[in-house]
Write a protein that binds this ligand. Structure first.
Ligand code: ADP
Length: 176
């Protein structure tokens, strides 16, 4: 059966946890759309612009034939309907993710009962990994080479060179 799935997220930036979910989802579903959330305006807690985030994902998984990458605003279920995706994929790391994901899945179920939410359990080695952890470590010039591909580590280093460093002062969010 041909099933299209959408994997939505902020991906600020894409890291090894996301990449693992993308690869596994692309094995399960015939088409996978990685959908990068566009807040519509610059917000303090997001380091990379939506264009940069899309470009970074393309550089990492864009060569896979059944994966497409796009940005979107508004409701994920509206995007799912628009692109004819029957499944929303999410990753689940630790138990504290569960309540958030569960509530969101229930809300999406109410809005679009025909769209299923499928969660993939994070690989054990990625359970600690989040965008905010990667950003925070990079902001102190820490080594993120085991958490992101080399070009993403370079993009992070570039962001945190010189004056950009002061510009990013958002606190770590426990969820992200
Ligand atoms: P969002 O703002 O939608 O939570 P994220 O980019 O933080 O955006 O995460 C996108 C999806 O990837 C979410 O389902 C999240 O749970 C999942 N995810 C984040 N980090 C990991 C990880 N280390 N392993 C597996 N899944 C992850």
């Amino acid at each position: 059966m041909n099933i299209r799935a959408v994997y939505p997220g902020t991906f600020d930036p894409i890291h090894n946890g996301h990449i693992d979910i993308i690869k596994r989802a692309a094995e399960i579903f015939s088409e996978l759309t990685v959908a990068v959330y566009d807040h519509g305006r610059p917000i303090k807690s997001v380091l990379f612009s939506v264009e940069e985030r899309v470009e970074m994902i393309e550089s990492v998984v864009g060569n896979r034939p059944n994966i497409t990458i796009l940005s979107y605003g508004g409701l994920t279920v509206d995007l799912a309907r628009k692109i004819n995706a029957k499944v929303i994929v999410r990753g689940l790391r630790v138990f504290s993710d569960f309540e958030f994901e569960f509530r969101m899945a229930l809300a999406n179920q109410r809005l679009a009962p025909e769209v299923e939410v499928v969660t993939l359990i994070a690989r054990e080695q990625n359970t600690f990994l989040s965008g905010s952890t990667v950003r925070e470590i990079a902001s102190f010039h820490g080594d993120v080479s085991s958490m992101v591909p080399p070009n993403i580590a370079a993009a992070l280093a570039n962001k945190f060179n010189g004056e950009q460093e002061q510009a990013f002062s958002a606190p770590i969010s426990l969820r992200d």
